[in-house]
Design a protein around this ligand. Structure first.
Ligand code: AMP
Length: 250
């Protein structure tokens, strides 16, 4: 696996190949959710690129950014084991040479659900993904349906701006007890970790939205939102300091 920290050097390498390329952008602290995207990319493309970049512009809460888990050595070992061809790890100073004066924003879907409680979050997400997609120049890029709102926003952005990369959604990978795998799960205390699977269990019951909220609050979850949109129930809750999100198709 070749590792690139310089975007300029990567671009020279990128232009050497005409093979099909799959791209998996991540913020590191890799788990089986990320690995499932890489597996799919490897199956569908000749070359797979992964990026690791903890994107500061999408964190509305500084503490959340500072506490974001970093397991880089383990991640690199895992990526090599998976047969990843390239790892791109851009530096803030190069990828945000404009110091975030240019941004991509969306005015409708990005304002609800996670967008209403995390101000500016999706501007940060869309801007970094636009940059990364332009850098990778991949045929396909893979995103998890755990972050369903993010996946739809990115898919529509790529279509709206006539980008060459096709956005592929991938199913959510869960722990045995139903908790969606997430880098933030590492931050749960033992007690919170035991409680956490109830989030998904309650989300997928046939109960009404107010009843789901009541059951979650009773167990000690703080509700950010539980909302039904089209054929899905979306939820975001807090257990202690950790924010968990998930969604279920009805
Ligand atoms: P992150 O590192 O959290 O930014 O996630 C990078 C990518 O992995 C995003 O497309 C996420 O939606 C995806 N992802 C994270 N957790 C899971 C999961 N449990 N199952 C499937 N995809 C996931």
């Amino acid at each position: 696996m070749k590792i690139f920290k310089s975007i300029k050097t990567w671009q020279v390498e990128r232009n050497k190949t005409s093979k099909t390329i799959g791209f998996v952008p991540t913020m590191g602290a890799l788990h089986e959710g990320h690995l499932s995207l890489i597996k799919k990319s490897k199956k569908e493309n000749k070359i797979t690129i992964v990026s690791i970049f903890v994107n500061p512009t999408q964190f509305n809460d500084k503490k959340d950014l500072n506490n974001y888990p970093n397991t880089l050595e383990k991640d690199i070992k895992e990526l090599k084991k998976m047969g990843t061809d390239y790892l791109i790890m851009p530096k803030y100073s190069e990828i945000y040479a404009d110091n975030y004066t240019y941004k991509v924003s969306e005015d409708k879907l990005s304002k609800i659900l996670c967008g209403s409680s995390r101000k500016g979050h999706f501007d940060g997400v869309l801007t970094i993904v636009m940059k990364l997609l332009n850098i990778a120049q991949a045929d396909k890029a893979y995103f998890g349906e755990k972050d369903y709102q993010q996946y739809v926003l990115i898919k529509k952005m790529a279509e709206t701006f006539f980008m060459k990369t096709k956005i592929i959604g991938c199913k959510t990978i869960k722990e045995k007890d139903g908790l969606a795998k997430s880098s933030r799960n590492l931050l749960l205390t033992e007690k919170e970790r035991k409680l956490a699977p109830n989030f998904y269990k309650i989300l997928k019951t046939k109960k009404s939205v107010p009843e789901k909220k009541k059951s979650l609050i009773k167990l000690g979850f703080k509700i950010d939102y539980i909302e039904k949109h089209d054929d899905r129930i979306f939820g975001a809750v807090k257990l202690g300091k950790v924010r968990l999100i998930d969604n279920v198709k009805i």
